[in-house]
Design a protein around this ligand. Structure first.
Ligand code: FES
Length: 134
């Protein structure tokens, strides 16, 4: 019996959400922040550009649940090659969110982005959705 016949649920697909113009994300530069609903919590997230590609993560360090940026949207270190938490120096890979140095306990939670016609979109999931202001 095939999965469809057994009534297996398809993963729910959500429409992409417009985030910002492509030009707002500069390689190794300031992040673009956005808010997401994660369970009952409204959390900050951020988008960056690194080696030409756009990436986004929940703005929540894995050491202590703090946002990475002390100065707004400054998530890259001075070299523009690593994401760094301003609190205690946890270092993350910009292209995967993997924890690579410092007191991090795992990697950042990635949020999928797409880029099309000069616009960046983020992809909601069952777990991470647009904020419900209702
Ligand atoms: S809270 Fe990020 S390194 Fe400690």
């Amino acid at each position: 019996m095939r999965m469809e016949e057994a009534g297996a649920a398809e993963p729910m697909r959500f429409p992409p959400v417009a985030l910002c113009a492509s030009a707002e994300l500069v390689d190794g530069g300031l992040a673009v922040p956005f808010d997401v609903q994660c369970g009952r919590d409204c959390l900050r997230a951020f988008a960056i550009r690194y080696n030409g590609q756009v990436h986004a993560y929940l703005n929540r360090c894995t050491h202590v649940a703090l946002e990475l940026d002390l100065l707004p949207n400054r998530v890259f270190d001075a070299s523009g090659q690593w994401l760094i938490c301003a609190a205690h120096g946890a270092v993350y890979a910009p292209d995967s969110g993997a924890g690579v140095d410092g007191p991090c306990r795992g990697g950042l939670q990635k949020i999928e982005l797409t880029e099309s016609a000069g616009q960046v979109f983020w992809q909601p999931t069952e777990r991470i959705r647009p904020v419900d202001f209702g």
